[in-house]
Design a protein around this ligand. Sequence first.
Ligand code: KIV
Ligand code: ZN
Length: 386
Amino acid sequence: MMRQVQIFDTTLRDGEQSAGINLNVEEKLRVARQLARLNVDVIEAGFAIASPGDFEGVRAIAREVKGVTVCSLSRALKPDIDRAWEAVREAESPLIHTFIATSPIHMQYKLQKNPEQVLEMAVAAVRHARGLCPQVEFSAEDATRSEWDFLCRIFGAVIAAGATVINIPDTVGYIIPTEFGTMLRYIKEHTRGIEKVKLSVHCHNDLGLAVANSLAAVENGVDQVECTINGLGERAGNAALEEVVMALKTRAENFQAATRIHTEQLHRTSTLVSTLTGKPVQHNKAIVGSNAFAHEAGIHQDGILKNRMTYEIMTPESVGLSQTQLVLGKHSGRHAVKNRLEELGYTLSEPELDRAYEHFIELADKKKEVTDSDLEALVRNQVAMM
Ligand code: KIV
Ligand code: ZN
């Protein structure tokens, strides 16, 4: 029996925190509308107290975008929580997300507080937030470098104070998948009341492990994964939504878990976010990169033409692309060239095809990609003269 895993999208909060990104309210609304089409479960729309623009963005999304939970981040401080509530209160399903750091290094140097003071602040924040909002998420910032017993104690205390979601961030992208699994099992076994709340993870990509860690968390029973479109986020970014979702879909029998994401909207969402943020998607990025479904090697193209599953583990249509791209270049085989020529309306005899292929390879050696017009010119000038 497949269980549901919620997708909590934080493109508009953690993603927008990436260096060099700044979206205005209208741009945030456009992204949020598209996230709703994608069918994410939660949109973290911003950090309401951070700036008037952030507040307006969260409020506009809360007012307009329906069918999804809308959330604002807040530190574990009353003014932050009040501002977050003001921003999300008109949402169909509002959520306040409050956080405080729990690792020794963050408590000592950043907060300059001892663990007992941090625990008290967390409980007070959650109690206050819960007095305002029916859904409250608590995050232990830098959880993966925190002491596990302290985490269990603080989580138990905030659950008793009314938290409905407990989030475990790998804030600095430090953990590795096997260790994360062990940690999550420990927390589940040693936290009072954990079975009453949703368990969530939020992984950063400093070691390139954000998606692997998120998937390890799903294997260990978490209910929610926090992620961003195109993997945007602080420093090396967050777990890429499209990768988490397509891994769960493609290997569903292994995970026994499904999301509600309309995967055919993934490509469109990625393009919109890339356009509005001005952050291009690397060409070989999994799922949404321009080469993710492009095949150039002759052997691969030949295989694809016979059966797409020889070199594709998911269809381009499933992520919203119209078709597989066979890029004609110096590695392309005769079969791929013949196929493309037929699509362009040229049916050549075998000797004509031999000649066309010979000229094609000469041209491909000089150019990165041989286009349709190159092929047409080649047939007109070289083959038709035979
Ligand atoms: O990475 C992090 O710890 C965060 C929290 C605020 C959830 O973004
Ligand atoms: Zn984060």
